[in-house]
Design a protein around this ligand. Structure first.
Ligand code: NI
Length: 139
């Protein structure tokens, strides 16, 4: 009997949440905002899909990289409860920061990194809709 390969395994769990946002810089004139962001200056919503990937060695006793219930709890408390059915522009994390999918992915990393451990959190992949997603691998 032999153990399988000793390298790290990457495990991903998918979450969904719905949130509203608009793209608008307060220090710009309405004309400048419309030129830069077009229709995105109007409040609208997205059904986001968030994929959180954990990297680690498999615990030989459990056969798992991470307790999935723990991952679900951490992401639920830190991200889903905060952003689901929220207006992202009202969140203090986006005061002065436009809540683009890019910035939202980086913000989610910053929320999860300290809780999951920067060595264990490998990738945030955030889908704004079925045609567009961003990936962030941390600083
Ligand atoms: Ni949008």
């Amino acid at each position: 009997m032999s153990e399988p390969g000793a390298g790290p395994v990457y495990a991903t769990r998918r979450f969904t949440f719905s949130a509203a946002h608009r793209y608008w810089r307060r220090e710009w004139s309405p004309e400048e905002n419309r030129r830069a962001f077009g229709a995105l200056t109007t409040v609208h919503g997205h059904n986001y899909t968030l994929e959180v990937t954990i990297r680690g060695a498999v615990d030989e006793r459990t056969g798992m990289v991470m307790d999935l219930a723990e991952l679900k709890r951490v992401v639920g408390e830190a991200v889903i409860q905060r952003f689901d059915h929220a207006d992202l522009n009202d969140d203090a994390l986006f005061s002065g920061v436009i809540p683009t999918t890019e910035n939202l992915a980086r913000t989610i990393w910053d929320l999860l990194g300290p809780k999951l451990g920067p060595d264990r959190l490998w990738r945030i992949r955030l889908w704004e809709d079925p045609t567009f997603h961003v990936e962030y691998y941390g600083p």
